[in-house]
Design a protein. Structure first.
Length: 477
């Protein structure tokens, strides 16, 4: 832009004289916009308008001027503002270099629980209306009642293994125990029933704490999602109970839904006869798979049969309905696939039992044989005498409760006085087992691998530590 034109424009915009316009334009290198801004910013400094505008200074000159004005003190309008007229200026802050995180951060941060119990497991039963009733006596009492309800369905924290699934598996392998995995769902009441009824049962607690490792997790936890994917479980199948081989991680048994304490006790007892390193333990998983396959076959609807099977079944039903009692009617199949399934299941169970009897080493007669009875007397008479020798069962839930698993799969339990001898347990078994009363020698031992036989029959039940124990009757021949 031409200097004379820039001066004319400056004067037209600001109304200043040509000298002020020339000074502002020279100070800004004839940049009209910067010159106008400079005029309005410094035009009121003196009485003469732009004539009092300070010329632009370099940094060194401005620093010397400000230092001189600050040291000169006094004066009218030429000094610095009071905020800058200080005797001393504080020293600058020291320079610091910091990092938000480093290599050692994972060791410094507190470890988050790998398998946390969701808070809403307990909150599902909170009475918020009662808790909001105030801090008075009635409100506090109601809140206490709600807390008791929440505690009733609380997970069995004392029985649980606290850690990850891999840590639980390693711990079970180190202890030589089977691993029980309980996958829960907070939205299914069956899960809360397991916590309230099954895991709170005294017999289950004694059985699990002494022979198994219990790992419980909930579906919203990351650990549970991995287990659902690995063991091919659906959320609708929860709650689920699995017995895991800690050595291989293979599932040995599986139950879905609520399992009561009595049934779970009977299902867990076969695992006490095998250790995790026993090759014969594979029969437990084989028997479970065979029952599952046979059960699936039994649930197969008739509509899935082929035409030949439907024709044969219709022919058999017509012969049976028409009174055909001849050879054709007698030889024709008169039952559906359910009968075949039951026969196959019975044959397979008998075969498994025969294999187990063949693989078990004979202990030989004449052992400790605390329960051996002379076979000359009738079994019923021996059972009656044994029942008569039993001490009176304590009332009001007192005494020592003992359960015995019989060879035929039944489970018998009774309460004994703490001072009762172990011989009373043998009499109890005689009264319950006709085969034992018939003279077959047997022994009693606690239901965990490697447990010694209870040979000292004069020892009291309390001294033997049998309160709440699960015993197993084993034949000695």
């Amino acid at each position: 832009m031409d200097p004379s034109e820039a001066v004319a424009n400056f004067v037209a915009i600001t109304g200043a004289d040509e000298a002020a316009a020339l000074g502002a334009l020279e100070a800004t290198g004839y940049n009209l916009e910067q010159a106008v801004n400079l005029f309005f910013a410094q035009g009121d400094v003196g009485d003469g308008g732009m004539g009092g505008m300070l010329p632009l200074e370099d940094d060194e000159s401005m620093a010397r001027r400000l230092q001189g004005e600050g040291g000169g003190g006094g004066g009218g309008g030429g000094g610095l503002p009071p905020a800058l007229e200080e005797d001393e200026v504080r020293a600058p802050l020291p320079v610091r270099t910091e990092r938000l995180y480093g290599d050692d951060l994972p060791r410094q941060m507190p470890r988050r629980p790998a398998n946390p119990v969701p808070q809403n497991v307990v909150d599902a039963f909170r009475d918020f209306r009662a808790e909001a009733g105030g801090a008075g006596g009635s409100g506090a009492a109601a809140a206490g009642g709600a807390g008791g309800l929440a505690a009733m369905f609380e997970p069995p924290r004392d029985m649980l293994f606290h850690g990850t699934f891999d840590e639980a598996k390693a711990h079970a392998q180190e202890q030589g125990r089977w691993l029980i995995v309980n996958l829960q769902s907070t939205s299914e009441f069956a899960s809360h029933r397991l916590n309230r009824d099954t895991w709170r049962n005294d017999m289950i607690q004694s059985l699990v704490e002494n022979n198994f490792v219990l790992f419980q997790t909930y579906e919203m936890v990351e650990e549970a999602q991995k287990l659902l994917h690995f063991y091919r479980l659906l959320p609708i199948e929860l709650p689920a109970l699995l017995i895991i081989d800690p050595v291989t991680g293979a599932p040995m048994r599986q139950w879905n839904g609520f399992v009561d304490a009595e049934r779970l006790t009977e299902e867990l007892l076969p695992f006490l006869d095998y250790s995790i390193h026993d090759p014969g333990a594979a029969r437990l998983a084989r028997r479970a798979r065979s029952r599952k396959d046979l059960g699936a076959a039994g649930r197969q609807p008739s509509g899935q049969m082929n035409e030949d099977e439907e024709l044969q079944r219709a022919l058999a039903m017509s012969l049976a309905g028409g009174g055909g009692a001849g050879g054709a009617g007698g030889s024709a199949p008169s039952s559906g696939p359910g009968t075949d399934m039951e026969e196959d299941e019975t044959e397979q169970e008998e075969q498994v039992e025969e294999e187990e009897e063949e693989e078990e080493g004979a202990a030989g007669p004449g052992g400790s044989g605390g329960g051996a009875v002379a076979p000359a007397r009738p079994a019923a008479e021996v059972q009656a005498e044994a029942a008569g020798r039993l001490p009176e069962e304590p009332g009001d839930g007192g005494g020592c409760r003992v359960a015995v698993r019989l060879p035929d799969g039944r489970r018998a339990q009774r309460r004994f006085p703490p001072a009762a001898p172990v011989a009373a347990l043998y009499d109890f078994c005689l009264s319950q087992s006709e085969e034992a009363a018939g003279g077959r020698p047997f022994s009693l031992s606690q239901a965990f691998p490697g447990a010694p036989a209870l040979d000292d029959q004069q020892q009291t039940v309390e001294a033997a530590g049998l309160h709440g124990a699960m015993l197993v009757l084993k034949w000695q021949d």
